[in-house]
Structure formats: C-alpha cells, structure tokens
Design a protein around this ligand. Structure first.
Ligand code: FES
Length: 599
C-alpha cells in the first residue's frame, strides 16, 4: 500500500448512520438538487421520486446525500476495464458513510480507439462531465478516470461544475514479460516497433510481443500521460493519498475506491468544492511533480486547460524556471528503467512527495480536508527502495521538460529533455519539411527522400486546429533508410504533441501553430534551424524580410468545418499555451497566474 489511508477510515466511521446531517435539511441537497423545470418545484421532486422509486429505491435511501459516480467503463476502453469493480467498491464506501451512490455514464476515450485523435474528444468529454454533474442531482461526485485524456477531461468538467469532486484513478496495468524481459505499454511498444522497422526483429517476434505488452486491464505501465495525470492529481490533493500508483487489478486499488466513495460523502457534508482545492499553490505543486517524475509533455497542456477553468493562466516561463531547480527523481520508463507497479511497491507518491517537500506548498488543501503537509506527516515512514531517487542523487539534474522560444515559436515550445539525446540538444541542421501528416506518411520511408542523420525533421499542421486535435504525431519516425543504417534519434520539430511513453529529441507544441499562421507555416526544406536547450532557444535562421515575403506569397486560411462537433472544435479551440480548451469554456474572468505568490 502506497500510503496509509486508515485515517480516512476513522473520519468516515464517525459519519456512518448520521441521518441528521445538515445537508439533508437543506432544500438544495440530495434529490432536491438540479430539479427539472416544470414551474413547480414540489411537483418536480414528486415526479422525480416517483420515477426513481420505479427502480426500487425507498424514501430512506432517497433522503441520503447523493454521490454521483462517473462511469467511464466501455468495451472500447480496456484502460477502464476494472470500472465495474471500482463502481461496486465506491458504492460500498458511499453506503458505509451514509450516502446514496448513483452511477451514471459519460463518454469514455481510449487512446487507440479515438479517431482522429483522443485530444479532439477531450473537450467533448469535459463538456459531458460538466453538464451531467450539473444536470443530475448529486452532492458530490467520484470521477473514475485513467486513460490519458479522461482524467484532464473530468477535472476540467468538475472544476467548471463546482460540485465537490474526488478523482479515482483506474490504475496502471500489470507489467508483462517477453522472453524474460519485463515489458509494458507503451514505451516498449515503440521500442519493439522501431526494432521491427529497422529489421532487427522479424514478423514472428513482433507478433509475439503484441501478446505480451499489455498484461491486464488498466492504464499504460510507464510514465505516459495517464500515469503523469494520476501523479499530478494526487500531488494536487484531488485523489486520496496513494491514489495514483495502485495497479488496476490490485486489492489496494479496490480499497482506495471504497475509501474514495466514503470520502465523497464527507466532502458533500463539508461542501469541499473544487475551488478550495484548485488554487495556484496546488497547480504549482502539480507542475513540480510533472517535472520531477519526468512526466508526459501532455501534462502541461492539460494543466493549462484545468487552470483556465479556474481563471488561472499557466506561465510557461515560470514552468521553465521551476524546472531548473526540480530534478527528475522517478526512475520510470521512458526517462528511467521501472514500471508503475514498481513505483507502487516503492511507496508511490508518498516516497516522491517526501523528497520534494522543500519545493512544495505543504499548506495546499486535499480532498481529505487536510493539507498536503498533514497527509505527508501521516504517511508510512520511508524505506529503502530504488525507484524514487533522493534530491542528492537524481535521474536527471533538472526538470523533465524545458520550454523554448524563438522566431519559430514566439508563443513557446517544449522539449522533454530527460528523454532526449544530449548530443542533439545543442544542434544546428538542415530542415527536411513535411507539410502535414499525410505528406509525412507518403514520403518518410521513400528511398528518394533527401535526408541525412544530422538533418532536422519538421512536421507542420498537426496543431490544435491543423490536424485537428493536435495528435500525438510529433514523434516522427526515423526515415526507414536511416533506421536501417542504425540511426536511433534525430531532432524532430512540430506543432503537435507526443505520447508520454515516447522518447527522443522531439520539440513539440510550437505556438502559434502553422494552421493559424504561426511562423512554422513558412519553413521550407533546406532552411537551417538552431536548437539550444541550454539557452532555451529554437530559431529559424531565415531573416524577417524573407519570412514576410513567404507569408505574403502563401497566406494561411485556418481550417473550418460545415457541421457538428468538428465545426465547434475548429471555431473555438485555443492554442497549446492555453490548454487546447474551447475559448467559451474557460472561466469568464481571470483570477491570476500560476505559480502564484512565492512560498
Ligand atoms: Fe490508456 Fe495508455 S492507452 S493509458
């Protein structure tokens, strides 16, 4: 067990059978919340109760605080394959604490079952989550999420809905094994596929690996976006202690589910709403952890989107400053060697947060009603392990992500430096440009492609509007003829994203994107580009007059669509620095920047 949750047992036991709680006397609680508009509130409640009694509920049950459980189980989402068991455990916890559990479905989004890309659907899931929380009666909600886009979508929706919410992560898959070697989606998926492309392994072996990479239901086994968002959620106090790391099929995960249900009842009673948790200090803690775990570059986009729902701006320059004194401590793939199940055995987030203590806002509130500092004091003592390093002995001396600026990215770009080749982080080379994802697919493996190992691969039009949905296509494959010659990494640049499970020298999120007329739109093959991670510089070595001439000769028309969600998306999506959220979903008024005032 990663962290002791027994303190929660006590708090919840005191609430059992407490039928006289204040909420039940409040006209706007329980089944009285969010009444359907018939012009007569009493009739609305009468009708609602009549219908729900058709499902066999008694008046005693309907008088309890109502705890919604967002069910994101789906046959299309094996990362949430334990949702039925989690719902059962959450419901048990809700009832033990005197509440009424009400599970309800929302959209579920899996990375490999979302066309054109899961990010295109994240905002739809956030809207679904927000509106279902708002439309249905619930005094608190347990959000069951795990796969990459689901946790940010749910937190965005819950932040806007304003109802007490607790995040329940589905948990990581078990680690698999291929010919005695531990494997797990999806860093190893990419590694073996790279070997297959380079003809280092044959078709029979790649087929055998395909059976071994995903050993159980649950989220990816490495520090991809799912694990990143789970760790960030726990660091921001949005899960119970220990909630990030327990494997999907473990007893620990089911216990955390039960306790999350019980805690949701407590949160309903104390009205512990998201605005009390989603403070600038909590976001800064989330950013510190993103940097210290070698987390997915997607994490910063999602943090910006969640912050935007609270009227807060994430400052990329400050993220970069935090990165300079936040070392990577977690030895997990793709930056390190271990898997999520190993992290859990090593004490999970308590082990990491204890090391990071001097850098954290310990007074930030958590879903338990106690502060992060109090939870760390209550956590089990440290023990010897080899997954979480000490600050004196880090995996990487700075944060996993560095921000870059220059005439190619006036609004910023990022690089996951902890997963990059140090030899390429100070590099100047010739651009080999692909206009869009289709152009890339058609030419990257062509024997005719004019490319050398020290060239820079540039892909345009995979940003928020360009693809659309900013797909994880920024991890451009090494051209086949170079891969077969043994080239393992090249500098790659795009306005898209990259899976958190990928590794290599990859510059992402160029802002503004090519599709809205960012400078990337006018880069040509043969131009020279300079990257200096040390100076945080990304420069196109073409003078301003020539760039202006190209822009005038080839004006950019942002894409649009005739109908449906795609029309809404293309009309409303904002850029990576604002989280790729819809402009109308951000909080109406600004509340400040993250980080907030100094500790
Ligand atoms: Fe769901 Fe990786 S595909 S977490």
């Amino acid at each position: 067990m990663a962290a002791d949750t027994s303190a929660n047992d006590n708090a919840n036991a005191n609430d059992n059978d407490n039928d006289n709680d204040n909420d039940n006397d409040n006209d706007n609680s329980g089944m009285r919340r969010s009444l359907t508009s018939y012009g007569d509130r009493d009739f609305s409640l009468f009708l609602r109760k009549a219908f729900i009694k058709g499902a066999g509920y008694s008046d005693a049950a309907l008088d309890r605080p109502v705890i919604g459980i967002a069910n994101t189980g789906s046959a299309y989402n094996p990362c949430h394959g334990n949702a039925p068991q989690l719902i059962e455990a959450v419901s048990r916890g809700v009832m033990l604490a005197g509440g009424l559990p009400m599970a309800f479905p929302t959209i579920s989004v899996h990375e490999s079952f979302a066309h054109p890309t899961s990010m295109f659907l994240r905002n739809l899931m956030a809207m679904d989550t927000e509106e279902m929380i708002r439309a249905q009666p619930m005094d608190a909600v347990v959000l069951i999420g795990g796969c990459d886009k689901t946790v940010p979508a749910q937190l965005m929706g819950a932040a806007s809905a304003g109802v007490p919410a607790i995040m329940l992560i589905t948990g990581a898959m078990l680690t698999g094994s291929h010919r005695g070697e531990p494997v797990g989606a999806c860093t190893d998926c990419r590694r073996y596929w790279g070997q297959f492309r380079a003809q280092q392994i044959d078709a029979a072996q790649i087929a055998a690996v395909n059976d071994r990479l995903v050993a159980s239901v649950g989220t990816c086994a490495v520090m991809g976006t799912a694990s990143t968002m789970a760790c960030i959620a726990e660091a921001m106090g949005l899960t119970l202690p220990g909630g990030a790391s327990a494997p999907a099929v473990s007893a620990d995960r089911m216990r955390i589910a039960e306790l999350s249900g019980a805690q949701a009842v407590q949160m309903a009673r104390t009205r512990l709403t998201p605005d009390k948790l989603l403070t600038p200090q909590a976001f800064e803690n989330g950013m510190r952890v993103l940097l210290a775990i070698g987390g997915s570059t997607n994490g910063i986009v999602h943090l910006a989107a969640i912050a935007g729902r609270m009227g807060l701006e994430i400052d990329l320059r400050t993220l970069d400053r935090l990165g300079r004194d936040t070392p990577v401590l977690l030895d997990l793939k793709p930056s390190g060697a271990h898997y999520m199940a190993d992290f859990h055995r090593a004490g999970g987030m308590a082990s990491l947060l204890r090391e990071l203590k001097p850098l954290l806002h310990l007074d930030a509130l958590t879903v338990t009603g106690r502060t992060l500092g109090q939870e760390l004091e209550a956590a089990p003592p440290a023990f010897a392990q080899d997954v979480v390093r000490s600050i004196a002995n880090p995996i990487y001396p700075q944060g996993g992500i560095a921000a870059l600026w220059g005439n190619l990215a006036p609004g910023g770009a990022i690089i996951k430096q902890s997963a990059a080749d140090p030899a390429l982080m100070e590099h100047e080379g010739r651009a080999v440009v692909f206009e869009n994802a289709q152009d890339l697919a058609e030419r990257i493996d062509s024997p005719e492609l004019d490319v050398a190992a020290d060239d820079i691969l540039v892909l345009k039009n995979i940003g928020p509007k360009g693809a659309p949905g900013m797909p994880e296509a920024g991890y451009l494959p090494i051209p086949l003829k170079l891969a077969r010659a043994g080239v393992k990494d090249m500098l790659r640049i795009s306005d898209g994203r990259m899976s958190g499970t990928a590794f290599g020298t990859v510059v992402l999120h160029l802002t503004p994107e090519a599709a809205v007329g960012g400078p990337l739109a006018w880069v040509r093959s043969g131009d020279r580009i300079r990257l200096s991670v040390q100076r945080r510089e990304l420069s196109l070595l073409v003078d301003d007059a020539e760039m202006a001439r190209r822009a005038a000769a080839e004006p950019v028309t942002p894409p649009s669509a005739e109908r449906g969600y795609r029309r809404l998306f293309l009309a409303s999506v904002n850029q990576a620095d604002q989280g790729v959220d819809f402009d109308f979903l951000r909080a109406a008024s600004g509340a400040g920047t993250v980080p907030g005032p100094a500790k």
